[in-house]
Design a protein around this ligand. Structure first.
Ligand code: ATP
Length: 298
């Protein structure tokens, strides 16, 4: 299985508001791509555009180099933000029904339903109505619904929101496994630490425009040098305030993260820290995805 989703110049206006503003990026197979942006950035609108659920003012969505056709969409899987399961239908019946809608035979749909409910840890709920399940279990069923027909492209709108740590691990493992199997996986999330663990690649948008994209490694190591410093007994990092060419990016539980301008000698920072106490940590650091995100948004 392999494929390539390309979004090219997507523009969507709602009256005076431009929800998507010439947005272009691609999702290659074999990777989990994290889709990030603040509230209202245009993530859901983009996902809806991939499925033809919103009209575009301009731009195009291509699958393997050609405009997406309805037949292609049958090989896509979507977990929408407003979870779309029928509340009073039985879980197993519903998945089989969705599998058949996507072109599976009755027996294949039954088999795939069994496999995915088992894999997502909700096999014992196959005979329950969806609305009797907990939020997390509904989420697992919703992911199974997006997967039941073995899609080549998987698009998930905040699949990790509201899950407990086990649910996050289970769903995260399935996303990585699907990518390894050759699926294109695009998912949105506001949980940047999780995205950092799960994704090789991220795309960050704001006001419907691309503001950063690349592998997590590239983004984490690009740009200015960063230092992590800890001084015994110091929680405020007052010593770092006003150091020339040094900005404080985060103070967390006694650990201070600093961004150094190019000309700054790190030894002067060390000397300033040692002047107030015993330095217990002093190391160069990668940027966290949360820092990449904040900087990309200016
Ligand atoms: P969130 O992280 O909050 O889910 P998002 O990145 O998914 O946000 P969208 O839901 O795509 O953002 O919304 C992008 C912008 O488009 C927002 O300003 C939103 O209010 C606007 N918008 C979306 N759908 C409509 C609509 N049907 N009519 C008018 N405005 C809309």
């Amino acid at each position: 299985m392999s494929g390539l989703l390309e979004l090219d110049g997507l523009t969507r206006r709602y009256g005076d508001l431009t929800a998507l503003d010439g947005l272009s990026f691609s999702v290659p197979s074999g990777r989990v791509v994290g889709f990030l942006g603040p509230n209202g950035a245009g993530k859901t609108t983009t996902m809806r555009a991939i499925f033809g659920l919103t009209d575009l003012d301009s731009g195009s969505v291509r699958w393997n180099g050609a405009p997406v056709r309805p037949a292609d969409r049958r090989r896509f899987g979507y977990m929408p933000e407003e979870r779309g399961l029928y509340p009073s239908m039985l879980v197993g019946e519903q998945l089989e029904y969705l599998g058949r809608l996507h072109g599976l035979s009755r027996s294949d749909a039954e088999a795939a339903t069994g496999v995915w409910l088992e894999r997502l840890g909700v096999a014992e709920r196959a005979g329950s109505k969806v609305d009797t399940l907990s939020h997390g279990n509904q989420q697992r069923v919703q992911l199974a619904a997006a997967l039941v027909h073995e899609p080549e492209l998987l698009v998930l709108d905040e699949p990790l929101s509201g899950l407990d740590p086990t649910g996050i691990d289970d769903i995260g493992a399935v996303l990585v496994e699907r990518a390894r199997a050759g699926c294109c996986v695009l998912f949105s999330s506001h949980q940047l630490d999780l995205v950092e663990d799960l994704c090789e690649t991220v795309t960050i948008i704001d006001h419907g425009r691309l503001v950063a994209a690349g592998t997590v490694d590239e983004l984490a190591t690009a740009g200015a040098r960063r230092l992590v410093v800890r001084v015994e007994g110091d929680r405020e990092a007052g010593w770092a305030v006003g150091l020339p060419g040094v900005a404080i990016s985060e103070v967390d539980g006694g650990e201070v993260r600093l961004v150094l301008e190019e000309h700054v000698d790190s030894q002067t920072v060390l000397a300033a820290a040692m002047a107030v106490g015993r330095v217990t940590e002093f190391s160069f650091a990668r940027r966290r995805l949360s820092e990449v995100f904040r900087e990309a948004l200016g």
